[in-house]
Design a protein around this ligand. Structure first.
Ligand SMILES: Nc1ncnc2c1ncn2[C@@H]1O[C@H](COP(=O)(O)OP(=O)(O)O)[C@@H](O)[C@H]1O
Ligand SMILES: [Mg+2]
Length: 317
């Protein structure tokens, strides 16, 4: 059986462990997808309802899993069932663009992510991503579910720490080496974008045939987004949730390096090399206040990473 995204053979553990690069993710080239715009929200909602793949039950914000063109997608942050069919953007101004920017950064760094973009619905920019669990079969005119998403909460206890989550992923995985690398780089990336929401439901294994791998990295969101009082955020000291454990950037780096020094070092180097491009990506955030805060956060985290990598090199034999 081949992975529908990267076409890698998923039946042999050996071939997975040997293969370089991510599974089911960005193995080169941008993951950005172009999406239609809807000038009328009601027309969009009707179309999404008519093409619904399944009911949105998980997560906080309202969302649709439906067929758009030839793709099976998830559109986030829009109400479908309210009498007025209102958007919830009032609560989260610019949220779609922030999530888009975070995914652009992931894309730049070559993390395994699903194709993504923003869909403009009336005046709202809604974050949209291709489903990595379903694919549209043109010939049959229906969606095929090829993978089952299994969040880590099925396998761990609420209070389990970062190391335990990592070890659980490794134990479950058909390609432990690659997934160890994916796990630690995801966490360093979370520290970079100030993701405060990488809890056990935002890390999943994906079961395809009789194999299980860490899924592409999803719900990549900056914590800045959820903060209503921007002055509350100290970009260096603010805590992030990493696998359910609240940690600061330095702790995240230390833990990651101790779990997988080679992968951590390679990923940090990549971040530092792309730092100019990363800062440039923040231009996508239209809200000036938000952009300034996000940029300051990322810049100071880049410095922390730089210092940490320098000290790690000094200590290395
Ligand atoms: N690209 C995707 N393909 C398949 N399932 C997805 C994808 N992205 C998210 N999901 C599923 O949808 C759920 C909600 O999406 P998420 O991005 O986590 O939204 P929220 O911000 O509401 O938590 C996730 O927990 C996951 O089960
Ligand atoms: Mg989520």
């Amino acid at each position: 059986m081949n992975c529908p995204y990267c076409q890698r053979n998923l039946t042999s553990k050996k071939s997975l462990a040997r293969g370089a690069g991510p599974i089911c993710g960005s193995s080169g080239g941008s993951r950005e997808m172009s999406l239609p715009a809807y000038s009328n929200a009601k027309a969009f909602l009707k179309k999404a309802q008519d093409n619904l793949l399944f009911e949105a039950t998980q997560g906080l914000r309202p969302k649709f899993f439906y067929k758009e063109g030839d793709d099976c997608v998830l559109v986030k942050s829009i109400h479908g069932k309210e009498p007025e069919n209102e958007f919830d953007m009032g609560l989260n101004p610019g949220g779609g663009i922030v999530e888009y920017s975070c995914n652009k950064i992931a894309d730049l760094l070559g993390l395994p992510i699903s194709r993504f973009g923003v869909m403009k619905i009336e005046d709202h920019e809604c974050f949209t991503t291709e489903l990595f669990t379903h694919k549209w079969l043109k010939a049959d005119g229906k969606a095929q579910e090829f993978g089952a998403l299994l969040p880590l909460q099925y396998f761990v206890d609420k209070e389990d720490d970062y190391r335990k989550l990592h070890d659980t992923v490794i134990k479950l995985s058909s390609c432990p080496e690659i997934d160890s690398e994916k796990f630690v780089t995801m966490t360093i990336y979370d520290a970079l974008i100030l993701n405060g929401d990488r809890h056990q439901e935002n890390i999943s294994m994906i079961e395809i045939g009789d194999t299980m791998v860490l899924s592409p990295v999803y719900d990549n969101m900056s914590a800045v987004y959820g903060c209503f009082d921007f002055n509350e955020i100290d970009p260096i000291k603010s805590k992030m949730t990493s696998g359910g454990v609240r940690m600061d950037t330095e702790t995240v780096l230390r833990e990651s390096f101790s779990l997988n020094p080679k992968a951590s070092k390679a990923f940090c180097d990549k971040i530092l090399v792309t730092r100019g491009l990363i800062i440039k990506q923040l231009d996508a955030i239209k809200d000036k206040k938000l952009r300034k805060l996000f940029a300051a956060g990322i810049e100071s985290r880049l410095q922390t990473i730089e210092l940490f990598v320098a000290s790690f090199i000094k200590k290395a034999p």
